[in-house]
Design a protein around this ligand. Structure first.
Ligand SMILES: [Zn+2]
Length: 259
């Protein structure tokens, strides 16, 4: 097994030189020590309540399991159905924010469980799960696409295939959190293209973290239909845009979370 092959050993001379300069520790050992030191200095904390030594505690998971959407979301063309697991408030909002801006990819697991529970309650027939793609620029900044992590969790729990390359962003868009509803639609229109090789003749579930005005979901739906998808549904962790959160709150929250 090639991955188990020992790394090329250093010559005695190199080892002596490294020992002399305190560089004898291997890179992986150094990484482990650094990560242990970081964990000691900054232990993980629950994103919901601050409890130490966990990214998300059982009590917070229990609390979000009880949270619901206050009113159904009317699906926008061309989606057949859209829902979110809860309003964008309280503990679940904390979890979404930490996943999105706090560099805590671990939160995709509990949120993926919440998404799966919600999906089981729909009468949707799904062939494939597809995450909303992230800008390449933002992907580089964040290191991961939170929608993809969520989609992969749901796919694994539900036993449905997930295809992260089914949708592509074909142009950069302005950050959706800083602009109004009408501007959002214009901003996101034609931003996506779908790969017919993956989606043609299939019923697709698009997964994202937050549902705001629905313009991102609609744009994904149009791209998927153009590539031959038969039906498109949308599912997000929270819904922020309809009725409870207006633009200023979203912008405030965005700046707060970036601070
Ligand atoms: Zn907690």
């Amino acid at each position: 097994m090639p991955e188990l092959l020992p790394q090329k050993s250093n010559t005695n001379q190199e080892q002596k030189a490294q020992a002399k300069f305190g560089l004898f520790a291997s890179n992986s050992l150094l990484k482990q020590l650094t990560s242990m030191a970081v964990n000691l200095l900054f232990p993980p904390r629950c994103a919901g309540c601050g409890q130490i030594d966990t990214y998300w505690c059982g009590a917070c998971q229990h609390e979000i399991a009880e949270m619901r959407l206050s009113e159904p979301i009317e699906p926008k063309y061309p989606l057949q159905g859209v829902t979110a697991t809860a309003q964008h408030i309280g503990k679940i909002r904390e979890a979404v924010q930490a996943l999105k801006y706090g560099n805590v990819p671990e939160l995709a697991k509990p949120l993926g469980e919440k998404l799966s529970t919600c999906l089981k309650q729909q009468d949707w027939i799904i062939d494939m799960i597809v995450p909303v793609p992230l800008h390449t620029k933002r992907l580089a900044e964040r290191g991961y696409n939170q929608a993809q992590l969520l989609a992969e969790q749901v796919a694994s729990i539900m036993g449905i295939g997930c295809q992260a390359n089914a949708l592509d962003r074909i142009r950069e868009t302005q950050s959706q959190v800083t602009i109004s509803g009408a501007e959002r639609l214009e901003n996101i229109k034609d931003a996506f293209v779908a790969n017919s090789q993956f989606v043609n003749g299939r019923s697709i579930l698009v997964i994202d973290d937050v549902y705001t005005t629905g313009s991102t979901m609609s744009a994904c739906g149009e791209a998927l239909h153009s590539a031959g998808a038969t039906t498109v549904y949308g599912l997000t962790v929270t819904a922020a845009g309809h009725s409870i959160t207006h633009k200023k709150e979203i912008v405030d929250e965005y700046h707060h979370s970036r601070a």
